[in-house]
Design a binder for this molecule. Sequence first.
Ligand SMILES: [Mg+2]
Length: 256
Amino acid sequence: MNQKRYQGYLIDLDGTLYRGIEVIPGAVHFMKRLVEQNIPYLYLTNNSSRLPEQVAKHLRGFGLPATPEQVYTSALATAQYVQKNYPGSKVLVVGEEGLRHALIEVGMTVTDHEPDVVVAGIDRSFDYEKLKRASLAIQDGATYIATNVDRVLPTEEGYLPGSGTINIAISHASDTKPIVIGKPETIILQYAMDLLHTKPDETLIVGDNLETDILTGVRGGVDTLMVTTGVHSRQDVEKYNITPTFVVDYLDKWEI
Ligand SMILES: [Mg+2]
């Protein structure tokens, strides 16, 4: 089906490689072929809560080949963006360990006191106090950055409030729109391609979500492989009017 040999793969996690506690059929075979053929890849996730080593361990638990260096999260991309554009800044964080750690790693000072930047992502202990502090800081002139704006987070319990839902609250309270880093924005894509050392026309994005994974490719001029094992189906392609370059029902149908 594919005519081209891609030099780098950017692969989504949930709905693409696993669903809840189950690995998706074909995913392990697909990843093993990438490894056999020495094709560089990154696992690309909007989830900012976990550390790369935790994500890699989780993937290895499914039999998927993963090192921490092969995991690129919206937390890492956000930290990179802050480091590049607001070096040495004081950052107020609404988020979990993965985000906090990523910002500290690149030399930022994490503080609630007079921050230059407010960064917000998924935070499962989000409350009125955090909303208040973030909103006041933004109103006082701090730059407002969201790791991603995914409305919900798929879990075994169902669809839980995601980073997008938290950011709607902060955005509404502060009357300010955030700079968004994660998929479908292309900031995370650009940084990921820099890590892979690939150009847009040498890269393939693999994912299940038209509104995040596939739209990232459309916006960034990168080919996309949609797999119908997650949130969207072939019928959704027309409905959303977002067109992947390729569609497969299972990843082992893809010839690398
Ligand atoms: Mg997904």
